[in-house]
Design a binder for this molecule. Structure first.
Ligand SMILES: Cc1cc2nc3c(=O)[nH]c(=O)nc-3n(C[C@H](O)[C@H](O)[C@H](O)COP(=O)(O)OP(=O)(O)OC[C@H]3O[C@@H](n4cnc5c(N)ncnc54)[C@H](O)[C@@H]3O)c2cc1C
Length: 280
């Protein structure tokens, strides 16, 4: 299928993109890497009258360590993030997740901000940002604001973004010597969206763990934290963490709820080992 006809405007500045969004309102969509948007247009799941291409906006594709944080620009391509020394050194959870996103051709175009804004419940990056207690930087007609990941992912493909707002960057705490991360997912083939996945972070506390954050994906409308399991892992008990898994997945095209719950337990055991054994 081909998309419905649309007008195309290439925005040159953030201000211009925000002004265009304000002018065209619900008739407009932002175009970043196009790896999700173009498919929805081709399938006519979405038929905007105007596409506002943000790829020409300068300064939105940087990856930088800023003090105790790593900032990833919204237009950083997945490949750029995957190959970044800053990411491999200071954001090891993101580095673990990147190779699981689609295939090289998709990672060459898809953007970090696009993945966060699209908020696919089976996507890797929203779960990573949630596990890392990250923050989403947003620009809109009323200026700039920041939203913590805990409050950003609201529902199925639904975020805290208002209609005229643009994700400009994502900020996560830089890893230090006490940081532990873990990542695992089960997919039918490498590069497919996950049936179930788990991104996790924690801090070493003596022989145990503190600040455990477990963010599952593919098990609900948004990435989901399993808080009872987190508490059990802090107490050092992996079996208890699996028993306490507070997830309520639904059946979907990939697997039944029962299978997903079982797979979530399998992943939790794998990731708990990574958290307990890994050294930076
Ligand atoms: C075959 C295939 C397999 C894939 N597999 C995976 C996978 O395994 N895991 C995974 O996570 N993803 C997967 N993807 C999706 C890929 O990661 C996309 O790159 C990503 O979801 C969207 O990023 P994009 O830059 O392409 O955004 P686009 O497709 O350009 O935009 C997606 C949506 O986000 C909005 N948007 C984009 N950028 C911004 C912004 N800065 N601010 C506000 N709104 C914005 C757009 O308006 C649109 O509504 C796959 C895609 C394909 C085609």
């Amino acid at each position: 299928m081909k998309p419905s006809p649309f007008a195309y405007i290439k925005a040159r500045t953030l201000k211009q993109a925000v002004t265009l969004l304000a002018k065209h309102k619900d008739d407009a969509r932002l175009l970043a890497g196009g790896q999700s948007l173009i498919a929805t247009l081709n399938m006519r799941l979405s038929a905007p009258e105007v596409l506002i291409d943000i790829n020409g906006i300068k300064g939105l594709d940087g990856i930088a360590k800023k003090g105790k944080f790593v900032e990833i620009g919204a237009l950083a391509r997945h490949t750029q993030v995957e190959c970044s020394d800053i990411i491999s050194k200071h954001a090891p959870l993101i580095a673990l997740a990147m190779p699981h996103i689609g295939h090289p051709a998709i990672r060459n175009r898809g953007t970090f901000g696009g993945s966060i804004a699209f908020a696919d419940p089976a996507a890797e990056l929203p779960a990573c940002i949630l596990a890392l207690d990250g923050e989403i930087n947003i620009a809109g007609p009323n200026g700039k604001r920041k939203v913590k990941a805990d409050a950003f992912f609201k529902g199925l493909f639904e975020t805290a973004l208002r209609p005229q707002e643009i994700v400009t960057a994502v900020r996560i705490p830089a890893a230090d010597r006490s940081t532990r991360v873990g990542f695992s997912e089960l997919a039918r083939r490498h590069g497919d969206y996950a049936i179930v996945g788990l991104a996790a972070s924690a801090r070493v506390n003596g022989q145990g763990l503190a600040g455990v954050r477990l963010a599952f994906f593919g098990v609900g409308a948004t990435p989901v934290r399993a808080k009872k399991a987190e508490a059990a892992l802090v107490a050092g008990n992996i079996d208890a963490a699996v028993d306490a898994l507070d997830l309520e997945p639904h059946d979907d095209v990939q697997a039944t709820a029962k299978v997903k719950k079982h797979l979530a337990g399998v992943l939790l055991r794998r990731v708990a080992k990574q958290l307990l054994e890994a050294r930076l």
